[in-house]
Design a protein around this ligand. Structure first.
Ligand SMILES: C[S@@+](CC[C@H](N)C(=O)[O-])C[C@H]1O[C@@H](n2cnc3c(N)ncnc32)[C@H](O)[C@@H]1O
Length: 294
């Protein structure tokens, strides 16, 4: 009996569906992503990697993982290596994720930066969302700064830079179109001011309004490299990114944040990412919020 036809094309469809990722190929992939992006893939992630890479096999109509690895790690594999990075990064995010951070930002961090350094008044306040995924975090930052700060201090200026390693999530972030159910955590007043509904309500989509989109500059940036910015950062959000890295890479990243932050600037980490042994560089000021020491 012949195999049923699939969108991948006949018998080939069956081949990728049944292919298995060998230990050797898993290790090739894990070594690459560790060296390139800092992301640790322990053997327990074997099945997850197999599932995610299988989608690439299907899209490329390649019947076996070994052939895929030969392509991706061969001389012509540069483009596919980007796709592999897209497939292996975990991009879960939300509007107003870990909402205490945004309350602290508006009530303590920004007023302190204004007072200590004239940030936002003498010069724009600078904010970096590092590992911004599909944009919910930087757009939340903009909405909070507009409503909690600019509405009271009309001359207040700020600049939000949002970066990620994955080109796929950056495309979604720039488009700024989200299914309606994702905006649940955004307070109704904010939705009215800063979100547009699609003309056809049956599509169930919303888009960040142009005045919010304009406020964010998106850029591809690998945190394994040395970020160089013209101005020091007043605020860095790097949440739920370091959990995927091993300790020495986390330590190197904290050193980079210390270098790009202005003295007295604030670092926000994810709620499971507590700083230990960095007491001479950062002081804790709230749960998983740190202030850069001179
Ligand atoms: C789980 S998401 C977190 C998103 C957002 N910060 C939040 O907390 O909701 C982690 C993001 O970090 C990005 N990432 C992982 N390794 C990276 C690296 N080496 N350089 C830059 N971004 C990286 C991933 O692509 C992913 O979008």
């Amino acid at each position: 009996m012949s195999e049923p036809k699939t969108e991948a094309g006949g018998a080939l469809g069956g081949a990728w569906a049944q292919a298995r990722l060998s230990e050797r190929d898993f290790e090739r992939i894990a070594r690459f992503i560790q060296d390139y992006a800092g992301i640790r893939l322990p053997p327990a992630k074997h099945l997850m990697v197999e599932g995610r890479v299988r989608k690439r096999l299907r899209e490329l109509r390649i019947p076996a993982f070994e052939a895929y690895c030969d392509l991706v790690f061969g001389p012509d594999g540069a483009d596919e290596r980007l796709r592999l990075v897209d497939a292996l990064t975990t991009n879960k995010t939300d509007f107003f994720r870990e909402p205490d951070h945004f309350r602290f930002l508006a009530a303590r961090a920004v007023p302190d930066r204004i007072q200590a350094d004239g940030a936002g008044i003498r010069r724009p306040l600078t904010v970096w969302s590092a590992g911004c995924s599909t944009g919910e975090e930087p757009y939340t930052l903009v909405m909070v700064l507009l409503d909690a700060v600019v509405s009271r201090l009309p001359g207040f200026r700020f600049d939000v830079l949002a970066t990620d390693l994955s080109t796929r999530v950056l495309e979604v972030a720039r488009r700024a179109v989200y299914p309606e159910e994702r905006i649940g955590p955004v307070p109704p007043e904010m939705r009215r001011r800063h979100l547009l509904r699609s003309r056809d309500p049956s599509r169930g989509l919303v888009r960040m309004a142009p005045h919010v989109r304009r406020r964010v500059r998106f850029r591809r940036l690998n945190l394994m490299e040395d970020p160089r910015f013209r101005e020091p950062m007043d605020i860095v959000f790097c949440r739920n990114v370091m959990i995927y890295f091993e300790r020495p890479i986390q330590a190197a990243l904290l050193e980079k944040f210390w270098r790009v932050l202005a003295p007295g600037g604030y670092l926000f980490l994810g709620h499971s990412e507590t700083l230990t042994g960095e007491n001479d560089r950062f002081r804790p000021v709230a749960p998983t919020v740190y202030q850069r020491l001179p």
